[in-house]
Structures are given as structure tokens and as C-alpha cells.
Design a binder for this molecule. Sequence first.
Ligand code: NAD
Ligand SMILES: O=C[C@H](O)CS(=O)(=O)O
Length: 478
Amino acid sequence: MKRYPLYIDGKWTESKNGSTFEVLNPATGEVVGETADASEEDVKEAVEAAHRAFPEWSARPAKERAEVLHRVYESMLKHRDELAECMTLEQGKPLAEARGEVQYAADFIEWYAEEAKRVYGETIPASASHKRIWVLKQPVGVVAAITPWNFPAAMITRKVAPALAAGCTVVVKPAAQTPLTAGMLMELFEEAGLPAGTFNLITGTRPKEIGDALLGDTRVQKLTFTGSTEVGKLLMKQAADTVKRVSLELGGHAPFLIFEDADLETAAREVAASKFRNAGQTCVCTNRIYVHERIREPFAKQLADHVRQLKVGNGMEEGVEIGPLIDDRALEKVEHHVRDAVEKGAQVVTGGKRLDLPGGCYYEPTVLTGATEDMLVQQEETFGPVAPIQSFQTEKEALHKANSTPYGLAAYLYTRDLSRAIRVSEGLEYGIVGVNDGKPSAAQAPFGGFKESGLGREGGKYGIEEFLETKYVSVALT
Ligand SMILES: NC(=O)c1ccc[n+]([C@@H]2O[C@H](COP(=O)([O-])OP(=O)(O)OC[C@H]3O[C@@H](n4cnc5c(N)ncnc54)[C@H](O)[C@@H]3O)[C@@H](O)[C@H]2O)c1
Ligand SMILES: O=C[C@H](O)CS(=O)(=O)O
């Protein structure tokens, strides 16, 4: 069983009050680990360590910062199976997905190791002949990073990699459901030779207390948060008190538009790839499926046939494709959404109930037809393996329905008509659009949302900008 203290100022340390908490396996309910339960005092010490470490780390040549990140990248790949197993034990995703997440998480480290050396400034022709103007990019300072449970590795490296590359120092607070993967990552960063205080890890079961301590500390210049829109709004308000820079990666409610020229088998495969990844617990999962009325029935059959083949079970078993939901509360939300849909007239084509496997929070991968906009599945992020289908008649109607939500993270469409693909992609009010592609996420692309799905971008050349300030210097020649 894994056990991790806090990691503050280059040292593993118990929480000030000595308290710890257990980590449960969502597939079995068994205890799989234990970590320290931080208090406000521990958070203050972590921020102090990050503040103290900032001058040296930010002054290091970018090449040296890049070399540390490259060592972390190599180490993650070397320890991929151990990291994946740890992730599956505490989060539940199937091993194959967990191994994929380790690679995805490592890709951010690699990308920002390279990006560190390309933080360029510029010169601007001054309007006065005796003046010179140049623009600098400088690290913002101490960063507080708060991350969710559904991608225990990637949501940390997608923040820590650009922050460290830019010369910032960080305090990371992972979700209480998945602190063990964070601890393993911390070990790899420590082995890579990060200076003390550069990366600090705070785990705990009192997120508000920890968040209040981070957001209330004037030494913390930046908050980068990934999680629900509800909590994101709270933190954005809190950050205003000290005008902290804020990056928010929030909730999604992705539509998938299937046009009448779609290849049904391929379209069903892409919808399933988007919908059922991590048992439907990703921010970019398809939540709403809009199918042209002429192909609604054959598409629904195609998708249901595909879904019935999916193997549900403990993610530690090779071949399992759908693991458990993270906890009972998540399971009850999915049940509530399906019950509400059926009560309002939806039909269950396959699935539609919890799976009574021993100890776990399992729900059958489900396909519904006859969905209508008044149903909860069409209004809220289900965050579970439920695929509600409804039909549309025109492109304009499909686009209107797709955009009729406060969310704007990811959207998808399937068509073989290039003009339609371009027209609809441009019309979708979303930060990420997959055209015939149900899994568009990649470390080199700018991941982020419109509207209430967030602020800022993570990944690609854009992601490091979130950790940089822009300064210009004007020199009058004497
Ligand atoms: N846009 C993205 O990139 C992205 C990625 C993953 C997950 N998400 C979203 O995250 C949600 C699922 O993750 P979750 O259940 O962990 O979300 P959550 O908002 O409940 O928790 C996210 C993190 O915030 C912490 N937290 C909760 N309340 C807090 C408070 N008052 N003050 C400070 N910290 C607090 C939690 O402990 C956790 O570490 C979904 O809505 C999903 O769409 C978005
Ligand atoms: O759920 C959140 C992740 O950001 C999804 S992805 O793996 O980045 O697509």
C-alpha cells in the first residue's frame, strides 16, 4: 500500500497535526493508500518555500530548467506501468487508458522542456529617435495549482510543466480521491533534481481550507484550476481580492453532430471513443448526440451494437474497457439523469442501470433515444457512461441546439462534406472541435473552453503564456 506525506521545501513531511486520510479503490472499495491531510499551517509553509525558491529557479538559464524537465519525461516513461497501476487503483480507469494518460502527461513535460528555451521577447520601433523599446517575458512567480481526480497525472503535468519551464515555482493540491499518483510524480520530480521549494505537494480532505489559504496569500501570484465550473466560479471570485492571474479549465457538455452523409460505423466508433473514455468521466466527453433524422434509427442501432460489446469491470483486469465511476455520489447522479430522461420520454436502447459488481460503483454503458432538451442529460454534465440521442432536420437547427448551453469546451461533428465541416466548426461556440475525431486532445494543442468552460489555454505554445508576465522597457538615450 502506498503512503505519501506532504512534500514541502524539498522534504517529505507529515502534516502539522499529524493527520492522514485513506485512499479507496472505486472498483472494490478497498483501501489502496494513505496520504497526509494538510492544514492551513502546512499550506503557509509550502507557499513560503515556493516564494523562497523563486528567485533562484527563475534566474536559472532556461536550458537548465529544460534539462530537469527532460529528466522527468524520461523517468515517467521508465515508470509508466507503475504510474498507470497506481492511477487505476485510485481512480478506476482501465490500465490501457491509464498507460495512455501517463504518455499524455509526459508529453506535456517534453513539450514544455522544449518551450522553455523559446520564451522570446521583441523590440518595438520607438516613436522618438532617442528612445528604444523592448518587450520582456518574465515568470509570474508562485503558482497555486488545484487539480481534479479524473486525470490524476495529466492535469498536474499540464500545469506544472509550463509553470516550471517559465521559471515559476508551484504548490500543487490534487483531489483527495487521487493523491497517490501525485505523490509518485513528486518522487520523479525530486529524483530529477528540482531545487528545494520549486515544486511543493499539498494533499488533504479539506479543499476549502487549503484553497482559502492559497488564495488568501499575497505571495501566490497565479491560480491555475481544473475542475467543475461551480468551484471555478468560487475560486475566480476569491482570486479577485488580490488580483491573482487565473487560468480555469472547467466543466464541459459536448455535443456530437452526426450529419446524413456520415459513415455510420466510423461515426459510431468516434462517438463511443469520445463518450465512454474514463467511463464518461472526462470534461470533453460527448454528452449530447444530435443525429440527422434520416439516419437516427440506423445510427442508434450501430452505436448500441458497439456499446454492448464494451467490457465493464475492474480496470486492473486486462481487456476491461469501462471501469467504475469514482464514487457513490457520481453513480447516483448518473442514475438520476437516466431516470429523469426515461420519465420524460426517452427510450433505453441498451444499459440503463447500475451493475452490481462486488464493491464497486459500476454503471452499464447506456444509449438512450428520444432525448429532448428538457431532460437533465441535455442540460447538465452527466459525467458518466450515458449517450442520449436526439434528431435534427437542418444544419442550422443542429448548430443552434449544440450552442444552446453555458458550456463551451469541446464539440464534435461527423461529415464527409468539407464545406460543411468548415462552416459548422466555425459556428460552434467551443474551444475544441473534433471533425470526424472523437479524441482531439494532444499536448501540442491549446486546450481550453469558451463561455463557462474556462479561461486561458493549456498545452501548445499558448500554455506557457499563462505563467508569464509581459513587461516593456523604454530607454531614453542620453
Ligand atoms: N476543462 C478541463 O480541462 C477539465 C479537466 C478535468 C476535469 N474537469 C471538470 O472537473 C469536474 C470533475 O472534477 P472534480 O469532481 O474533481 O471537480 P471539483 O471542482 O469538485 O474539484 C476539483 C478540485 O478542486 C478542489 N476543490 C473543491 N472545492 C474547492 C474549494 N471550495 N476551494 C478550493 N478547492 C476546491 C477539489 O478538492 C479538487 O482538487 C468536471 O466538471 C469536469 O468537467 C475539467
Ligand atoms: O477531462 C479532462 C481532460 O482534459 C480530458 S483530455 O484527456 O485532456 O482530453
